[in-house]
Design a protein around this ligand. Structure first.
Ligand code: PHE
Length: 345
């Protein structure tokens, strides 16, 4: 029968002949192979089954081989040609995603400090009262707590105050978490999301982003703070930007300062953006309060307020992104509107 296969396969030159050959041998109902299987294989006595099976498989292989060399593996040539891929055609380019302007701004701020040797850290958005307030020298019932518009987690009243959970109102708790984990010296920046019970308007959002900074070591001074932030602002906004420092208050820094930069829109001559003052307020900072070190010292003895000093700073990323890109509505940063976002791709 194998000879028969060979004989019947000499003229497989077109699709029609190949299909004829395939039907003759492999046809599901009338095919020779099925007839042979029915007549021989199925009824073979048990001891002959193996032998007959082997020959049957040889036959089947021969048929498959013929079909294959005729270019037919169950698909017609016409179909193959229709499905062929022209590998010389140019590919389809998928549109690439791009960094969101807010994240881009945050990453740029972070890398300015990384270039000065700062490492990068993160911390939890759901914090305890201890890390968000108490460890930062906001005693219970201290009026400075009211300035933070805190969103608290429900059903915490049965816990001691310091263990109660809340949404962190600033990234400063990560200062404490960092120092508790790591002995001095420390140079770290902490980007992250913060939450405040603020009504949303053109420039405020109840969820926004900050970049926190902390530098601690022997003999860190206010001059280091000024030099570092002045350099950072010049690196970020351009070398012609000037900075100035105003007295301010934060419970965890003493002295504290607000930093202003010369207006990046008018260069300091006065315009609508800087309310004609020539200056724009950008961040809060100060020397770490010794009371903060004293609390950390219980867990990391290296933070002896007599042996180390340090500075910290914190800035709002949305404000900076809006200034940098001339965005007037904070909500646009969260809209996910591609027409807006594509401008920054
Ligand atoms: N955490 C302060 C705020 O959110 C900013 C700040 C950080 C001030 C570090 C001083 C030092 O307002």
């Amino acid at each position: 029968i194998v000879d028969e296969v060979q004989d019947s396969s000499t003229n497989l030159t077109d699709d029609e002949a190949v299909e004829q050959f395939r039907l003759h041998w492999l046809g599901r109902k009338q095919g020779r192979l099925k007839a042979i299987s029915d007549a021989w294989l199925k009824s073979a006595p048990a001891d002959a089954k193996k032998h007959i099976g082997q020959r049957f498989n040889k036959l089947k292989e021969e048929i498959d081989r013929r079909l294959e060399s005729a270019g037919n593996v169950g698909i017609s040539r016409a179909q193959l040609a229709a499905e062929a891929i022209d590998v010389t055609l140019p590919g389809l380019r998928r549109p690439l995603g791009a960094e969101h302007p807010l994240i881009k701004t945050m990453n740029e701020i972070v890398s300015v400090f990384q270039a000065m040797g700062y490492s990068v850290g993160v911390g939890p958005e759901v914090e305890t009262d201890y890390y968000n307030f108490e460890s930062l020298n906001f005693p219970p019932n201290h009026p400075a707590r009211d300035t933070q518009d805190t969103l608290v987690i429900a059903n915490q009243e049965r816990k001691p105050l310091r263990d109660r959970l809340l949404m962190r109102t600033h990234t400063s708790p990560v200062q404490i978490r960092t120092m508790e984990r790591q002995p001095p010296p420390v140079q770290i920046v902490i980007p992250g999301k913060v939450h405040r019970n603020d009504a949303a308007d053109a420039t405020h959002s109840p969820i926004f982003h900050q970049v926190e900074g902390l530098c601690v070591g022997p003999k860190i001074t206010f001059s280091d703070l000024k030099g570092t932030l002045d350099h950072a602002m010049k690196a970020f906004f351009g070398s012609s930007v000037k900075t100035r420092f105003f007295p301010s208050f934060f419970p965890f820094t003493e002295p504290s300062a607000d930093v202003q930069i010369s207006c990046i829109f008018c260069g300091g001559t006065g315009c609508r953006k800087c309310k004609h003052s020539g200056w724009i307020e950008l961040l809060g900072c100060g020397m770490v309060d010794p009371a903060v070190f004293a609390l950390v010292q219980a867990k990391q003895p290296g933070y002896d307020p007599k042996k180390v000093s340090g500075f910290a700073f914190g800035m709002g990323v949305e404000r900076i992104a809006m200034m940098k890109y001339g965005i007037s509505e904070i909500g646009q940063l969260y809209s996910g509107d591609m027409r807006f976002l594509e401008q920054f791709a």
